[in-house]
Design a protein around this ligand. Structure first.
Ligand SMILES: Nc1ncnc2c1ncn2[C@@H]1O[C@H](COP(=O)(O)OP(=O)(O)O)[C@@H](O)[C@H]1O
Ligand SMILES: [Mg+2]
Length: 258
């Protein structure tokens, strides 16, 4: 589904991504791990159109998408979750979801005046969809809560929920489990597995928690110093000499061998 071919991203003289190549198979939940500073987030930003690569290509389903802006990629079903922006904190969970899809008729003054019926029907559809998403994620009890009052884990679920308001094909998750308690982490994991199996979402996720990765991801790709070091099942990755070596210097050995 996604092919990353020899991507480089330089910041001044610093090579944050230094010739990374990888593939994300359609229907997979691909894990991306690696020590801090490996270039994982930078690579995500290149794939999702947030950063332009210094060199290299990214393609989706055979189409060159290198350097396309995020909203164009969004239209193709390639999504990267973002933290809920501060200005959305005072809106309810449900309102946050209905803000996602673009091109609503209600946005245009013309429509607001002359096609009220259509606008109202679209709003009803959106609200219905939002309620379905909340139910799917088992947070329907939080429907009318202000987003700013949610816990860290609940916010992550809402971010995931926003990808469900559009027709996502491939979703990039950057440390969705960071700082989330076990119970909510399981809920997030269940939602990812269900979106994958029931709705055909392909995922690529950066994560540090090896148990979480082991439960969800196959294959797992390890990056270090801007390059792809190894790819395999979680067990192969944990046993890989190069991977262990890459983590050793960072004091994270326990995380990878645990
Ligand atoms: N906008 C930027 N300008 C300069 N250096 C950056 C920028 N973004 C990231 N870096 C550097 O690139 C390296 C890789 O960062 P990042 O992609 O965030 O790594 P990871 O997500 O694997 O921890 C880091 O050393 C980071 O300091
Ligand atoms: Mg990162």
């Amino acid at each position: 589904m996604i092919v990353v071919d020899d991507v480089h991203k330089h910041f001044g003289g610093f090579h944050a991504v230094d010739g990374a190549s990888l593939q994300i198979a359609e229907g997979s939940i691909t894990g991306l791990i690696g020590p801090n500073g490996a270039g994982k987030t930078t690579l995500f930003n290149v794939i999702a159109g947030v950063l332009k690569p210094t060199a290299g290509c990214v393609s989706m389903a055979g189409e060159d998408i290198t350097g396309l802006p995020p909203h164009t990629l969004f239209g193709k079903g390639l999504l990267r979750t973002f933290q809920i922006a501060h200005e959305f904190h005072s809106m309810t969970v449900r309102e946050n979801l209905t803000m996602v899809p673009g091109g609503q008729s209600g946005e245009a003054l013309w429509n607001a005046w002359f096609r009220r019926g259509k606008v109202a029907a679209e709003e009803r559809e959106l609200l219905k969809k939002a309620d379905e998403v909340l139910e799917f994620l088992t947070i329907d009890h939080l429907r009318d809560e202000k987003a700013g009052n949610l816990s860290g884990g609940q916010k992550k679920l809402l971010e995931l929920g926003r990808t469900m308001m559009v027709d996502a094909k491939v979703v990039f998750l950057d440390e969705v489990g960071a700082g989330v308690n076990r119970t909510l982490l399981n809920t997030i994991g269940d939602a990812i597995l269900r979106l994958n199996s029931e709705r055909g979402y392909t995922f690529c996720m950066i994560e540090h928690d090896m148990d979480f990765i082991g439960r969800l991801c196959d294959p797992v790709i390890c990056m270090a110093e801007g390059k792809v070091l190894a790819e395999g099942t979680i067990d192969e990755i944990k046993a890989n000499e190069h991977v262990i070596e890459a983590y050793l210097g960072t004091g994270l050995k326990n995380k990878v061998t645990a």
